[in-house]
Design a protein around this ligand. Structure first.
Ligand SMILES: [Zn+2]
Length: 301
């Protein structure tokens, strides 16, 4: 049963690989270390009274649910991550709840000192999860490097490193989930800059902070949450000089180094906060694009 499913998954993987639009990698061979997972379809498990039992086993799985299931799942995936934790994901077919329409529209600028800044002047702060645990991680990694290859103590040390990595990832994901949820709940239209994250991460000096901030995940979550809630996500060209143009009068400064967080506009004399100004320009550009009939992710052009 599981082999059948694995074969189907493999077929899908090759399908993705040969589809040029998806740019998928060549499927990897199975591995004994790292993340393990199996997928079970309807015939391979049963769901009764809120409990899941795998076919040919007698006792239900001892699951700590993160939330109740909305309906019986059509397939489940059991997985074990690098840190040795077990997870179960259930695939349920539900219609997402469309939120009541609100008149609010916002522009969102993604940053480093703050994860995001809205055109209303809300600064989120950036928890910098990796930074917080960096010293501890380095310490554990040093200890791991000193252990003899193949030894039990090495395996234990490796597990400690993996657990810390998992913890950092969990903190980051949780923070982003909360932020995107609030933004989608409160706004009907959300404007963001389209990101060239791969290009930006090539800029060595920023790479660590950018991947730590989780911009890509942030936009991904905004996208699907907006769609589920019946909200509109508008992306604005990344080439818009959103930081350099004064939102008040349209005056553009020629040079604005990244370190300069505040500037004075020569056109209208306003004192300008770099990030809030950028978020306002993104909002204006997004709404202009929307008025021209551009929608959703297609507005990037
Ligand atoms: Zn100005």
């Amino acid at each position: 049963m599981i082999l059948q499913q694995a074969l189907r998954d493999q077929q899908a993987a090759f399908g993705n690989f040969f589809n040029p639009a998806l740019k998928a990698r060549y499927p990897r061979f199975k591995r004994k270390d790292g993340r393990q997972s199996i997928r079970l379809t309807k015939a391979a498990f049963s769901y009764r009274d809120g409990e899941i039992t795998i076919a040919k086993t007698k006792t239900p799985l001892p699951i700590r649910w993160s939330r109740p299931l909305p309906c019986a799942p059509s397939s489940i995936t059991l997985s074990r991550d690098r840190a040795g934790r077990y997870f179960i994901s259930c695939l349920c077919d539900v219609t997402p709840e469309v939120l009541p329409v609100t008149p609010k529209m916002t522009g969102i600028d993604l940053g480093l000192s703050d994860l995001f800044i809205t055109s209303e002047g809300m600064k989120s702060g950036n928890p910098r999860h990796l930074k917080r645990y960096e010293a501890k991680l380095a310490y554990l990694q040093r200890r791991l490097a000193k252990k003899q290859k193949g030894s039990k103590n090495r395996a234990k040390a490796r597990n400690k490193v993996a657990r810390l990595h998992a913890k950092i990832a969990d903190c980051r994901r949780d923070a982003i989930h909360k932020a995107t949820r609030t933004l989608v709940n409160e706004n009907q239209v959300l404007c963001v800059e389209s990101l060239n994250i791969v290009g930006m991460i090539k800029n060595r000096s920023l790479a660590k902070s950018i991947s730590d901030a989780g911009w890509g995940e942030f936009v991904r979550q905004l996208e699907y949450k907006a769609e589920w809630a019946g909200r509109q996500l508008v992306t604005v060209s990344q080439w818009l000089p959103s930081s350099k143009i004064c939102h008040g009068c349209g005056h553009k400064v020629e040079k604005l180094p990244l370190s300069q967080r505040h500037w004075h506009c020569d056109g209208c004399g306003q004192a300008i906060d770099r990030d809030i100004n950028a978020a306002r320009n993104i909002r204006t550009a997004g709404l202009a694009g929307l008025a021209c009939g551009a929608t959703g992710a297609g507005a990037a052009a």
